[in-house]
Design a protein around this ligand. Sequence first.
Ligand code: FCB
Length: 468
Amino acid sequence: MSPRALFLGFALLTGCTERPSFDPATVNATPIGKGLPRDFLLGTSTSSHQIEGGNENDWAAWERSSYPDGTPHIRDRSVSGPAADSWNRFDEDIALMKRLGSNAYRFGIEWSRLEPTPGAWNTEAAERYRQWAHTLRAQGIEPMVTLHHFTLPTWVAASGGWENPANLDAFERFSGKVAELLGADVDWWCTINEPNVQAVFGYMDGVWPPGKQDTVATAHVIANLLEAHARAARQLRTHDTVDADGDGKATLIGLVHHVRVFQAASGSSADMAIAGLTDDFFNESITHALRTGHLSLFVPGSISLERDIADLRGSSDYLGINYYTRDHVRQDTSPSFSHKYVPTRYDTNDLGWELYPEGLYLFLKRYKALGLPLVVTENGMDDRTGERRPYYLRSHLYAVERAVAEGVPVKGYFHWSLLDNFEWAEGYEPRFGLFRVDRSSAELTRQATPAVETFREAARNLGLTPTP
Ligand code: FCB
């Protein structure tokens, strides 16, 4: 049996087949935050395009255009436009972080702002990002910086985006520049956000830019994004040599991996096999590649790729985990071979994603086997009234604490998101923010949702001091 088959077998045994069920009374009675290590990073997560406003990139172009039949690309017909105007409201946003009592903040650097045309470096934008990182550190909030969170400068997109290897050179140069710019204040780096999601939505389903439906390109893009991660890691290690937080390490570098539980819709062997294959393609192929340096992607009848990726093995200091939900899976004839849905008997968020905190615990347990520290880089729910988010937050922190208690090295939890933001193809209807953004006010006023109190409770229990 190959080492990979053994690993998968182990993962399936320890992960997929074990189905814990959290008792809400126990979750509610647990003083969240008490069971976390004292140096734990408790923060929030955002991305540049979703909150900054005023970005001109491949996504902005996508938002303004439609499918061939005239249907707008964005479900609620919005464009990101001013977003939450965080580009101009950083002081307000940092006050919100302090009110939460958070000690960390994950945010993105928008490549199109820093390098609007090839080789031209926008010093004003650079200075603003440098100030942000510096201010965060000075305020006791550990900055965690994402280099690529779905958006590309239009000149990169126009020359083939992630399909064109020459753009990997451009991304590598950009990564080195950002490391030079922010290295004095930043130790925690996220290279690429969710290669699987970007490739599947952009190249397989065609619902994100560049809107392709091409399974060969999908596989090729996943491979290129992993190579981009390895190359960015090399640049970060070369150009960020300052240990900003004094822990003995100048860089802590991770890929951010979106994981989903895939539950067979029935006990039939066809559904079980499809759920296993979907898990392998979406979840395991990425972590397997990080461990071994070899990417193996397989979807029956549509994808079969084997590639060694230079310098991938050993490129990560931690794994970022974005966890939201569980899908139920049935065989069908789509390119991904599987139909994903949530049976009506399960509770969902307002986007129809199942609320399944146990899944976070399962993934943390599963990825302990990677031998890397883990950070929950995103977790949150679309809750348009804000009333159900407190339990969501509590139950997912409970999942983290249970994993920590069982020896999983989880170093941080970042809630998605600090404030309501532009939710890609869904537009502005979804509301993921701990702070609601009032889009009808010119000031884009931020208002606390009930989960702010839950977060503050966790922060206090961790020994942090939220501002009043
Ligand atoms: C994740 C994305 C993030 C946000 C959340 C809801 O997959 O990384 O930008 O859209 O989903």
